[in-house]
Design a protein around this ligand. Structure first.
Ligand code: TXA
Ligand code: MG
Length: 335
């Protein structure tokens, strides 16, 4: 299949919406990462998304809406607190899970009776949703690879497998949305993102962090968010997450043969092996913005191992840590 490159202008958005309404699949920009969209009401289109990504059948998709008013069409039993959160964080990188209505086909939710909903802040994304329908959209990467933060990364993974890509700017946030479920009592954080745990506690004081956020699920364990059980975001090169101060990190990586470092900009001068910086230590937003791109680039260095200096787990750092620990298949080295 020839994958069309569409501009993020009026015409491009119209063409994207037309393709989606006819049951096609289109990669669209969002503020977090690029998404691979299909009409959330079209079972056949949703099936194509799973096939193009090579996504496991039991991993549900997020439904993207353009208006808070659309929430009750796709979700039911919506608690008042969800509207408070929506007022504060929508449009933006927060996904909330509710019971689903009959409008949402079971395949979107991988057979679960729940549905994940988010309203993206990216204007191009919202206009395409408005012109078409609610869109089911996972990240537009091949399953298991780092999520795509630029149109080029989408093309690298999915060219020839999808109908079109809307070519817009690089994603501002860089990591996928925060996912919480409001179906459980108390609510649970299933995936950290740019809407931080600290911010969520102001609306959901009793929110708990699901074990899968920082720990490896044991074999056969039932996880609340199926996506968290897969090896994820992973470069092909063996990757390790390294905890410790700058001196120790530099000393450790410098002693390695055939390895590369992913480091903070402050420590660049101390490191003698090939290196890529992903931002300043403590500047969690920049680290989030760069993390997936740096993992993709590190994979092209042709080394045998990648050692990533771990960020702090506070604020957006928790999201960066969560993605890195998966990219590293839970191999953590404490210096
Ligand atoms: O920022 C984002 O959320 C991006 C952009 C494109 O919007 N999308 C995204 O989708 O990251 P995806 O499919 O890569 O990740 C969705 C995550 C998965 O871990 C999935 O298991 C979880 O959300 N999820 C979706 N629906 C769920 C449900 N009903 N119950 C539990 N987890 C759910
Ligand atoms: Mg994904």
């Amino acid at each position: 299949m020839l994958t069309k490159r569409l501009k993020a202008d009026v015409k491009g958005k119209e063409i994207a919406a037309e393709i989606l309404k006819k049951g096609g699949i289109v990669a669209i920009p969002t503020e977090t990462v690029y998404g691979l969209a299909a009409s959330a009401y079209d079972e056949n289109a949703v099936k194509k998304v799973f096939i193009a990504k090579g996504r496991p059948q039991d991993n549900p998709l997020i439904v993207h809406i353009a208006d808070i008013a659309d929430l009750k069409t796709v979700a039911r039993d919506i608690p008042e607190s969800a509207y408070v959160a929506a007022q504060k964080f929508w449009p933006g990188p927060l996904t909330m899970i509710f019971k689903r209505t009959d409008k949402i086909p079971a395949s979107v939710s991988a057979g679960l009776d729940t549905v994940a909903i988010r309203m993206p802040s990216d204007k191009t994304a919202r206009e395409i949703i408005k012109k078409s329908l609610p869109l089911a959209a996972p990240s537009a990467n091949t399953s298991g690879k780092p999520s795509p933060t630029s149109a080029q990364y989408v093309i690298d993974d999915l060219d020839g497998k999808i109908d079109a890509v809307v070519m817009s700017d690089d994603c501002e946030v860089g990591v996928e949305s925060t996912v919480i479920t409001l179906v459980t009592n108390p609510p649970r954080l299933l995936r950290p993102g740019a809407v931080t745990l600290e911010q969520l506690k102001e609306i959901f004081p009793d929110i708990v962090v699901d074990k899968a956020v920082l720990e490896e699920p044991t074999k056969g364990e039932r996880v609340a968010s199926p996506g968290m059980k897969y090896k994820h975001y992973a470069p092909k090169t063996e990757t390790y997450l390294v905890e410790g101060d700058s001196e120790r990190f530099a000393e450790f990586v410098n002693s390695k043969q055939n390895a590369a470092a992913v480091c903070f900009s402050e420590e660049e001068d101390k490191i003698t092996v090939p290196k890529l910086c992903y931002g300043s230590q403590g500047d969690e937003s920049t680290l989030a913005h760069s993390v997936f791109s740096v993992l993709r680039r590190a994979d092209n260095l042709g080394v045998q191992a990648i050692y990533v200096h771990a960020p702090s787990k506070s604020g957006v750092g928790l999201a960066v840590y969560n993605r890195l620990i998966r990219a590293a298949a839970f191999r953590v080295i404490k210096l």
